[in-house]
Design a binder for this molecule. Structure first.
Ligand SMILES: [Zn+2]
Length: 449
C-alpha cells in the first residue's frame, strides 16, 4: 500500500470550472505550498492525498478567483457621495477628497475595499493609482489579497490643482521609490505598476518617461484610456491624433499596458491597441454612466483578451458578477439588437473577462485566472444550491446570469483561506467597518463637502 502524499488543502466533491470553460462534477482540487498540485476525480484524490485541511465542496462550484482589473481603493470612503450630483464631480468631489487623504485614510480605505472584494469573490485587483499607495500596499499585505498597485501621476492640465500634480521627474521618481519598497513583497502577492492618470493630465515627456522607467523594471503600465470624448478632443486639438494613436506615436502602447475603459476608440485604434498587445479593461457600470458602450465584440473578433473592472466603489458596489451581466445586456442592446444577433457576448466570454482576461491584463496569466495544475491557488467556492441558482439546465449560464457576491462561500488566495463559510479568517471585519466610518467622517470634515 502506497503512502498517501501530504497536501495543505483538499477541496473534495466540488464542481470545478476548468480552462475549457466546462464544469466537472465530483472533482477534487489538491493545493500545496500555494499552488494547485492536482485536479481530478474526487474519489481518486481522496485516496491519494493526506490533507492538513479538507473543505467539503458538495453543492459548491470552484471558480478561479475573480480579478478586478481596474479599481480605486483610495476612493472607497467616497461611497455614496457622487451619485446624482451635478457636474463637475472631479472638481467638486474628487479633487477635495483626494487632496484631503492622509496615509491612514488610505490604509483603512484599502482594508474596507479589500473586505468588500473578498466577500465578492475577488482575489486580485489592479489599482489605477491614488495617493499614499504605500499605505495601500500595507493593507494588501494584511488582507492576503493579490494586487497590482500604482501611484497616480499627473504633471499637467489646468483642471488639476498644483497640490495634486508632480513635476515630470518627481512623478517618475515617486513611483520608482514605491517600486523599490514594495514590488514582490508578501510572497510576491504585491506588484508595483507604473501609471498615467490619463492622457489629458500627462505631458509627452511623462508618457515617455514613465514607460521607459517601467520597462527598465519589467513593470506594468496602467492608464485610463478613451474613457470619455473630452480626451479625444484634447488629443486632436493638441497633437492632431486620437488618444491611442498619440500614445503609440510616443512608443507607449505595448503588451505591458492595461488600458482601462477603452470605450471611445475608433475601429482603427482598437486594431492598433490589439496589434500592440495592450489589454483593454471595460468597467460597464462606470462606462454606461459616463461615456457609453465599449466595442467588446470587435476586440473579441480580433482575438484580444479583455479584462473587467469595478472602477471602485465611489459610485456603486464592487460586484463583478453584476458587471458581467450589465456588460452582456449593454452589448446585446448596443451591438446585438441592431443586427439581430443574440450571441454577441456569450456567458463564457463574459466569465473569461472576469478571470483569464483579467489575469492577462495584470500580466499574471501564467499563474492565475484559471484552475489548472501548476497555477497559484487563487480560487473561490460558490454555493450553487440557492433558489436563484438551483435547479438549472445549464449551471454555467445560470451562474453568470444569476450569481451574487453573497453566494461566494469560501475564498482562497496563494493557498491561504481568506474566507470560510463567509467569515473572514485574516481580518477583523467589524473593526474595519468601524475604523472606516471614523475615517470617512474625518475626511468629509477635512475636505469640506
Ligand atoms: Zn478609473
Amino acid at each position: 500500500m502506497n503512502e498517501k502524499r501530504p497536501c495543505d488543502l483538499l477541496i473534495k466533491q466540488v464542481t470545478v470550472l476548468k480552462p475549457d470553460m466546462a464544469l466537472y462534477r465530483d472533482t477534487a482540487i489538491a493545493i500545496h505550498q500555494g499552488r494547485i498540485v492536482a485536479i481530478n476525480r474526487s474519489t481518486l484524490l481522496e485516496e491519494t492525498y493526506r490533507p492538513a485541511t479538507t473543505i467539503d465542496g458538495a453543492g459548491k462550484v470552484a471558480l478561479p478567483g475573480l480579478i478586478d482589473a481596474h479599481t480605486h481603493v483610495c476612493q472607497q470612503l467616497l461611497r455614496g457621495r457622487i451619485t446624482d450630483e451635478p457636474p463637475m464631480i472631479w472638481v467638486n468631489f474628487l479633487v477635495p477628497y483626494e487632496s484631503a487623504l492622509e496615509p491612514e485614510d488610505v490604509y483603512w480605505s484599502t482594508l474596507l475595499s479589500g473586505v468588500e472584494m473578498i466577500k465578492a469573490g475577488i482575489t486580485c485587483f489592479a489599482d489605477a493609482g491614488g495617493r499614499h499607495m504605500a499605505s495601500a500596499a500595507r493593507a494588501v499585505e494584511a488582507l492576503g489579497l493579490r494586487a497590482c498597485i500604482a501611484r497616480s501621476t499627473m504633471d499637467s492640465a489646468t483642471f488639476v490643482p498644483d497640490t495634486m500634480k508632480d513635476t515630470t521627474a518627481g512623478a517618475i521618481a515617486k513611483t520608482e521609490a514605491l517600486f523599490d519598497a514594495w514590488h514582490g513583497k508578501a510572497n510576491d502577492r504585491i506588484h508595483i505598476w507604473f501609471s498615467l492618470r490619463q492622457v489629458m493630465t500627462s505631458t509627452p515627456a511623462l508618457v515617455e518617461g514613465i514607460a521607459a522607467s517601467a520597462r527598465q523594471r519589467d513593470a506594468g503600465l496602467h492608464i485610463h484610456l478613451a474613457e470619455h470624448l473630452k480626451e479625444v478632443e484634447h488629443c486632436m486639438v493638441n497633437y492632431g491624433k486620437r488618444p491611442a494613436a498619440w500614445l503609440d506615436s510616443l512608443g507607449f502602447l505595448g503588451p505591458d499596458v492595461l488600458a482601462a475603459h477603452s470605450v471611445v476608440l475608433s475601429d482603427r485604434e482598437v486594431q492598433l491597441a490589439v496589434e500592440r498587445g495592450a489589454t483593454p479593461v471595460h468597467c460597464p457600470r462606470s462606462n454606461l454612466n459616463s461615456h457609453g458602450f465599449p466595442k467588446t465584440p470587435l476586440f473579441l473578433a480580433l482575438g484580444s483578451p479583455i479584462g473587467l473592472g469595478s472602477d471602485g466603489a465611489s459610485g456603486g458596489k464592487i460586484d463583478l458578477f453584476a458587471e458581467m451581466r450589465l456588460l452582456k445586456s449593454a452589448i446585446q442592446a448596443s451591438r446585438g439588437l441592431p443586427i439581430n444577433d443574440a450571441t454577441v457576448l456569450p456567458v463564457e466570454d463574459a466569465l473569461r473577462m472576469a478571470t483569464a482576461g483579467g489575469a492577462r491584463a495584470v500580466r499574471l496569466e501564467r499563474d492565475i485566472g484559471a484552475l489548472d495544475v501548476g497555477k497559484k491557488a487563487d480560487l473561490i467556492l460558490v454555493d450553487s444550491t440557492a433558489p436563484h441558482l438551483y435547479p438549472t439546465h445549464n449551471l454555467l449560464r445560470t451562474l453568470v446570469m444569476s450569481a451574487t457576491p453573497q453566494d461566494v462561500q469560501d475564498v482562497i488566495v496563494d493557498g491561504v483561506v481568506l474566507m470560510r463559510d463567509r467569515r473572514l479568517t485574516q481580518i477583523d471585519e467589524e473593526k474595519v467597518l468601524r475604523k472606516a466610518n471614523e475615517q470617512l467622517i474625518a475626511i468629509a470634515r477635512r475636505a469640506e463637502f
